[in-house]
Write a protein that binds this ligand. Structure first.
Ligand code: AGV
Ligand code: CA
Length: 316
């Protein structure tokens, strides 16, 4: 394991999807990462379920001391209720029922305040990994811009730059990705924030569907960790129909970017803007007059899959 001097210190803000919970598991198993806290955005989940699953995963990984804070800020465009209910299955699986939740939940301090105070008290800049909407980070920093210096980098699963989005709603033309759409104002704030920002948009994640070959390969690992991950992913194969047909490694790729060798993906730099009104709310698009941002435009899918399989195997 990398020693504590060289490990990257990370705040993980997630929104409780199956993908997000698997990302927490992955992050906890990456030797170069020092996870300093977890915050939850009540977006693609019901926050009670997200909290229970988060605390159980921390317990399973022997990290019961890592603080967990739930957010109380919401965006204007709610996720479909069936998507939000889907991850409840995760804390109903036998291995998750057997383990006692960690006691690291701090109900008195909301997520955005936790992020703000953690940055305030940190001697060194921290990385913020976000796999849900950017809402908590916006509320943490918008009135405290000096704290931006305490953020080394933000890695965010969000956006669809040169590909179509995944929002299918009556008032939308399909050009936005869901995390960016849930709270378009937070998306616009993030892109314009001046923070060192690396987006992981659908452009890159489209290369990583959770397909049967991958699930089979994971199953052959036949270990406690890979079996739990396989059960989480198995729960995604039926629940999608009305909106789209494939579950991708959206958040998993975003998390992996913190550990993948840099020659396994392409990081592009350009100027981007964000639309905040219908029918393109949350769309992130190329704009010569926009803000300078970088994003992962493509990834070696084989390398990324291998990275995930390598880290999601073994004993707890
Ligand atoms: O747009 C991708 C984001 C990721 O953070 N989420 C799921 C991942 O956690 C929203 C989403 C898009 N399609 C979905 C989503 C689906 N079919 N089911 C659940 N969530
Ligand atoms: Ca997510």
């Amino acid at each position: 394991m990398a020693d504590s001097e060289t490990r990257r210190r990370v705040i993980f803000d997630h929104d409780g999807g199956i993908d997000d919970l698997l990302s927490l598991l992955l992050l906890l198993r990456m030797p170069n990462i020092d996870l300093v806290g977890v915050s939850i955005t009540p977006a693609d989940c019901y926050p009670g379920d997200a909290l229970i699953s988060t605390l159980k995963i921390l317990s399973l990984c022997g990290k019961s001391d890592i603080p967990v804070h739930v957010g109380n800020k919401t965006g204007p465009n709610p996720f479909p209720p069936d998507w939000r209910a889907q991850p409840r299955i995760c804390h109903s699986l036998p291995a998750m029922l057997r383990v006692q939740e960690a006691s690291s939940h701090h109900a008195d301090v909301p997520a955005h305040q936790f992020i703000r105070e953690t940055l305030q008290h940190s001697d060194t800049p921290l990385t913020v990994l976000m796999t849900g909407p950017a809402t908590n980070l916006m509320w943490a920093l918008q009135d405290h811009p000096v704290l931006c210096e305490k953020v080394e980098e933000v890695v965010w699963m969000g956006g669809a730059i040169d590909v179509k989005g995944n929002v299918a709603m009556h008032d939308h033309d399909g050009s936005a990705e869901w995390n960016a759409y849930w709270d378009p104002a937070a998306t616009a704030w993030l892109v314009a924030s001046g923070l060192s920002l690396c987006l992981v948009p659908l452009d890159a994640t489209n290369a990583l569907p959770v397909d049967r070959d991958f699930l089979r390969e994971l199953a052959t690992c036949n270990t406690p960790v890979s079996d739990l991950a396989g059960q989480f992913w198995a729960a995604t194969v039926t629940a999608i129909p009305t909106y789209e047909f494939t579950y991708y490694m959206w958040d998993i790729l975003s998390t992996s970017v913190l550990g993948l060798p840099i020659d396994t993906y392409v990081r592009e730099q350009g100027t981007l803007s964000v639309s905040t009104s219908a029918p393109q709310a949350g769309r992130i698009y190329r704009d010569p007059a926009g803000c300078s941002v970088s994003w992962v435009s493509s990834v070696e899918a084989q390398e990324a899959r291998r990275f995930v399989l390598q880290h999601l195997t073994g004993d707890f």
